[in-house]
Structures are given as structure tokens and as C-alpha cells.
Design a protein around this ligand. Structure first.
Ligand code: ZN
Length: 519
């Protein structure tokens, strides 16, 4: 590239020549003169070159070498040449991309101020601006953000709609996101169905509305966009399903207490607990193998989730190698012999070493310790001492141990869960039904919904199933399509952050300008 000397006029906005530049304390004062001889009349649009008088405009420009820049523009007043024009005299107009009429800042400085305000909000932006040698106040920053508002958005065809809290449990607003372009497009001041309906009516091209279940948004969308497909939000569906299982546990607490209360003196449970742990181990191994097999074929994480029905988090952990198991040789090697051991124990043969010798004769290859430890645990379980009397965990804990936590139970937890599973079979059924629901959603197996509903309606989670029936079309759409409000949740998180930065003085237009103007 050819090198050229830097001309002073290259430092000031386009359309001006530098007349002089002087240092005045902390600022640099640059006097400029417009290069054009003419200006457009704002009244009639005609070009005029008839100068009436001169005046000075003072503006702030971008800082230069760490110093604030004050721009003095030697501007002119022109006479309009159009006979019928109501403006006899007008002040000189410049290119809007350089100097807007009446502006106190050059357009390029205004843009920087806007970005600062959008990114940081009023007060933090003002203190940052001072360090950048941009003298703008808190109020000015917010005024610029407000004035510039939000960029117009392209007409969306797939939207997500959800509520967000202005103030928790007190006042709510609505956020609408364009799910295809992955950006928020508007905020509404409340979560009234009528407000959402009014906005949706103005966007008749919308074909898909993702929204949470049971609420005003479903109603609003049905009225405003009767032909649009409504999609129940998958994230909320999964949450509701988990909650339904928790409710089932709560409803069963009486039976749970009875089952756990008798657990410590029931030796059968130890066998059951060992089986649960062994099953958990096998299940983990199967899961790991299935996921790794897909990964070897270079299948994406999203697709593995769909194929296997496991959660995204689990698939990630397996692929990162964070779930490779400590192999439980002992339980697994003993597993096949447990029925025989139980029978021996019941018949009064309680010596671990003796039992091991008998087992060895039958072909058992494990060490003597495996069997003696089993015998010790068994003996302890039969001792009805107060210490081993089990405390009944909370419904929430039980729900967790029976589902997510099931494969990583401690020994005592396993005994408790074995007692519950043996004593309250309806809960085991409810768990299977909820697991099937989660899997159906992850696998996008919408053909499974009807048989699932039939089964669920006759179980402890019937009320959850009835809710699904009421919103069946949208739930089916949630299973079959890939639209979800997950990204809307993400925008709500961002919104909360912006709101917090405004110290509770957030107004809707400002929030909207900062959330949407930034993306
Ligand atoms: Zn005119």
C-alpha cells in the first residue's frame, strides 16, 4: 500500500476542512469549515448557495490522543431560493452521518455513546466514558439509548413468548423472541392475554408460537393467530413431569414411612439393595456404551440425545469421560449367587468363610472378603439397634434418589430405596411413566403419546396426564418439532441482568432499547 501523509482534515468528520487546531487546557479545539458551497433547504429540499450570514456551532467529537475534542464549525445561514417556500432563511444542513441538525455531538461520537449506554447502562457507562475522555453524563447516556430505541426487526415466522418478572411475585412483563434469528424482538409491559393478543394480531405471518403450558399466551395466540401451530415449551414440559413425580411421592409419604420404618429388620432388602446397585451399574455401562458407539460414528450430541433419549448433560459427561465407572466387581461377581446365599442364611448358615468355601466349590471365583463383607452387612441389617433405625428422607430427596440419583446411591440410601420400591410399587410405576415421558420428548417419538396417556391416566401422575390431554395438540407439536423456548429463557436471564444494572429504575422503553438494541 502506498503511504500518504496524514492530512488534518482526515481527523474530522467527512465534509469539513480543518482551519485551525489549538490546545485549550485538557481539550483540543478544532475549528472546521464545510467544504460544500451549498446546502439543502429543509422546507422544500431545494439547493441554495446564497449565504445570508455566518455563525458558529460547537460540538464534541471523538477524543484525540487522550484529549477531549471540541469541534467549532464555521456554519452558515442560507436564503431559500424557492419563491413559495415558507422558509426564507435556514441554517446549514450537513450529512446526517456526520452532523445531525441541533446535535451537540458528532454522529460518530453519538454512536459510541449509544453503544456504551446499551452495554453498560447509565451510571457505569458514564464513569467508563470519563476514562475514555468522552464527557457525557449518566442522563445523556440514557437519553441517547432511548432516542435511538430499537432497530426494526424483520417480520418473524417462529416466535417464543414467555413472561418475566419486573419484580418477583408482583409485576410481570412479556418477552417475545424470534426463534429462527435467535434474538429478542419486543417486550410487552404486562402478561395480560389481551396485550399479547394485540401484538400478535399485528404479525399475521407468524406460523409457530412456542409458549409455556396452561396460560394466557395459548389463549392469546389462538385468538390472534388461529392458523398458527402452537408448541408447548419442552423445557417446561420436562420440569412439569419431574414435578408430577415429586407430587406422587408426596401423596405416598404415608406408605413410604411404613415401608422405610420396617426396612432395618428386613434382611430381604439387602439383597434387593444389592440388586438395585448392580442394575444401576449395568445401566450405566449400557448407557456409556450406547453413547460412545454413536460418538464413534461422529453423530452430533443433539442427535445422540434424540436417538438414545438420554439428557444432554448426561451425554456430555459420558463423552468427556466423566462417567466411566469404578467397576464394582464384588456386587457383580456375587449377583448370581445371591438367591443361594439368601437361602443358606435363612437356614442359619451365617459364617462368611464357610459360605465362601461352599461357593468356591460351586465355581465362584471371587475372594473370601467379598462373601465375608456380604455376611457382615447382612448381620448388621438384622440387628434391630436404634442406630440403624432409618430416618425417612424428605419427599424431595426420595424423588431425587429414585430418579436422577438412582445410579449413584450410597449403601444406606440403596437400602431405603429398596424398601420404598418393595413397599410402594405404585411409585415405581409412576417413575417408569415419568421416565417414559422424558424419553419420548428427547427421542421426539410423538407416536408414543396416546399409549403413554392411557397408562399415565391410571397412575399416581394422572393429574399431570390430564393436563397434557387438555393441551394435547401443543404437546404433540413440542415432541415432533424442534422449537423450544430454551433460548427465550436465555434472553430472560440477560434481561434480568440489564434490569439489575438499572437499580430498579428501569422503564420498559429503556430496558427494551438495551436488551434488543444490543443484539
Ligand atoms: Zn425552501
Amino acid at each position: 500500500m502506498m503511504q500518504r501523509a496524514l492530512r488534518p482534515s482526515a481527523l474530522v468528520p467527512r465534509g469539513f476542512d480543518v482551519e485551525s487546531a489549538v490546545c485549550d487546557g485538557a481539550a483540543t479545539v478544532i475549528t472546521v469549515r464545510p467544504t460544500s458551497d451549498t446546502s439543502l433547504c429543509p422546507g422544500c429540499g431545494a439547493i441554495s448557495g446564497r449565504i445570508h450570514s455566518r455563525y458558529q456551532r460547537r460540538l464534541t467529537d471523538l477524543p484525540l490522543a487522550g484529549r477531549t475534542v471540541r469541534l467549532v464549525v464555521a456554519a452558515r445561514r442560507f436564503r431559500c431560493v424557492t419563491v413559495m417556500c415558507v422558509r426564507r432563511i435556514f441554517t446549514e444542513r450537513f450529512d446526517d452521518s456526520a452532523l445531525a441538525p441541533w446535535a451537540r455531538r458528532t454522529a460518530r461520537l453519538d454512536l459510541v455513546v449509544h453503544h456504551l449506554g446499551v452495554a453498560l447502562g447509565g451510571r457505569p457507562a458514564a464513569s467508563f466514558a470519563r476514562r475514555l475522555m468522552l464527557p457525557v453524563s449518566n442522563d445523556t447516556l440514557l437519553r441517547v439509548v432511548r432516542r435511538r430505541g430499537c432497530p426494526p426487526f424483520p417480520a418473524p415466522s417462529v416466535i417464543g413468548i414467555d413472561d418475566w418478572a419486573w419484580r418477583r411475585n408482583q409485576r410481570y412483563g412479556t418477552i417475545i423472541c424470534d426463534l429462527e434469528r435467535r434474538r429478542p424482538i419486543t417486550l410487552l409491559p404486562d402478561r395480560e392475554p389481551a396485550t399479547a393478543q394485540a401484538w400478535l394480531t399485528g404479525q399475521p405471518q407468524i406460523a409457530v408460537v412456542a409458549r409455556d403450558r396452561g396460560g394466557g399466551y395459548a389463549l392469546a395466540a389462538a385468538k390472534a393467530l388461529p392458523h398458527a401451530t402452537q408448541v408447548a415449551d419442552r423445557w417446561h414440559l420436562m420440569e412439569n413431569a419431574s414435578h408430577a413425580f415429586l407430587d406422587a411421592v408426596r401423596k405416598s409419604m404415608r406408605q413410604v414411612r411404613i415401608a422405610v420404618g420396617s426396612a432395618t429388620i428386613n434382611p430381604d432388602l439387602l439383597t434387593a439393595a444389592e440388586r438395585i446397585q448392580y442394575e444401576g451399574y449395568l445401566r450405566r455401562e449400557d448407557t456409556n456404551a450406547a453413547i460412545l458407539k454413536q460418538a464413534e460414528k461422529r453423530v452430533s450430541i443433539k442427535e445422540i440425545v434424540r436417538l438414545t433419549g438420554h439428557s444432554r448433560g448426561l451425554v456430555r459427561r459420558v463423552l468427556r469421560g466423566q462417567r466411566s465407572d469404578v467397576f464394582r466387581v464384588r456386587e457383580s461377581s456375587l449377583e448370581h449367587h445371591l438367591p443361594w446365599l439368601d437361602a443358606q442364611w435363612a437356614a442359619g448358615h451365617c459364617n462368611g468363610a464357610d459360605l465362601w468355601r461352599c461357593l468356591k466349590a460351586q465355581g465362584f471365583r471371587g475372594s473370601v472378603r467379598v462373601v465375608t463383607e456380604w455376611a457382615t452387612r447382612r448381620r448388621r441389617a438384622e440387628m434391630p439397634d436404634t442406630q440403624s433405625l432409618q430416618r425417612v428422607p424428605s419427599a424431595r430427596t426420595i424423588a431425587r434418589l429414585m430418579t436422577n440419583g438412582r445410579d449413584t446411591l450410597s449403601k444406606s440410601e440403596t437400602v431405603t430405596i429398596a424398601a420404598i420400591e418393595q413397599g410402594v410399587p405404585l411409585l415405581v410405576e409412576a417413575r417408569e411413566i415419568i421416565t417414559a415421558f422424558h424419553t419420548m420428548i428427547r427421542k421426539k417419538a410423538h407416536g408414543d403419546l396416546d399409549p403413554w396417556l392411557e397408562r399415565a391416566c391410571a397412575s399416581l401422575v394422572a393429574s399431570f396426564a390430564n393436563g397434557i390431554i387438555k393441551d394435547k395438540a401443543a404437546v404433540n407439536a413440542a415432541i415432533a418439532t424442534s422449537w423450544s423456548n430454551g433460548q427465550t429463557e436465555g434472553q430472560i436471564t440477560k434481561l434480568k441482568l440489564v434490569k439489575r444494572q438499572m437499580y430498579g429504575r428501569a422503564k420498559l422503553d429503556l430496558l427494551q432499547a438495551r436488551l434488543i438494541g444490543a443484539t
